[in-house]
Design a protein around this ligand. Structure first.
Ligand SMILES: Cc1cc2nc3c(=O)[nH]c(=O)nc-3n(C[C@H](O)[C@H](O)[C@H](O)COP(=O)(O)O)c2cc1C
Length: 230
């Protein structure tokens, strides 16, 4: 086997990679695969959590509702096992399609049920302190649409501030990847959805190569911040 100098075998850190897409051949799954390869090259062991493949039930249950005042509550076995996976990871990378300017319901339900009271928040010393989070969201909106900035800010407020920092994460960032749809979509003044022609040939290749590069840049920046804080 050829020696790969970028792999430091002494590192035993774990990256929990959470994928939230029902199709294994989706662009989302492809971007997750690229991110995984980068994380492995940086020395991470990967715990792949494919929420659909693992049949995760995103619906809150009575058993998993917080009991305010009981920080030691034992949650359902499913949730407890997900909590252990989070504790075992130094970094979490979530890869998902943006749905309605938010994460898809299955990912939101994973956070609702698993990032629970007494575990993720509600303690003076956070159990998740020191961990770092990257949210990679693919969005159908075109790259140059005026909505992209609003979407980035909304996702950062919800995911970085509302969730990760609230739960004591040391660092959290959103990598928004607009342009994930093959046909550019716009609304005209009357509210009709206008679909451009699908990209083909070299233009299509260039478009997706650019999206892949943007995704990898987010992962590389995330890993670079790791080296600075290590
Ligand atoms: C239910 C639903 C809601 C969506 N909401 C948004 C949205 O708010 N903004 C956006 O840019 N794209 C939105 N999209 C488009 C998806 O982000 C896009 O189809 C996806 O990222 C493409 O990646 P995929 O091929 O891996 O599914 C939505 C798609 C669906 C199915």
């Amino acid at each position: 086997m050829p020696h790969n100098p970028t792999v430091d075998t002494t590192i035993t850190r774990t990256a929990l990679v959470v994928v939230a897409h029902p199709r294994p051949d989706s662009l989302t799954a492809h971007i997750a695969e690229l991110a995984i390869r980068r994380l492995i090259a940086a020395g991470y062991r990967i715990d792949l959590l494919n929420l659909h493949a693992e049949n995760f039930d995103p619906r809150m249950t009575a058993a998993d509702l917080p009991e305010w005042g009981n920080r030691e509550k034992v949650y359902s076995p499913e949730v407890e096992s997900h909590m252990r996976r989070i504790l075992d990871a130094e970094v979490i990378v979530a890869v998902f399609p943006v749905y309605w300017m938010h994460v898809p319901a299955i990912l939101k339900g994973w956070i609702d049920r698993v990032w629970n009271y007494g575990f993720a928040y509600g303690r003076s010393k956070s159990r998740l302190g020191g961990k770092r989070m990257l949210w990679l969201g693919l969005a159908g909106v075109a790259d140059d649409d005026a909505l992209v900035g609003t979407m980035r800010d909304a996702l950062s407020a919800q995911l970085d501030d509302g969730i990760a920092y609230y739960c004591g994460f040391t660092q959290s960032s959103v990598g928004l990847l607009p342009g994930a749809e093959e046909k550019r979509q716009r609304l005209d003044a009357a509210g009709n959805l206008l679909l451009d022609e699908a990209l083909t040939g070299a233009a299509r290749e260039a478009h997706y190569a650019d999206l892949e590069n943007r995704a990898l840049s987010f992962v590389d920046d995330f890993l670079a911040a790791d080296r600075v804080s290590a």
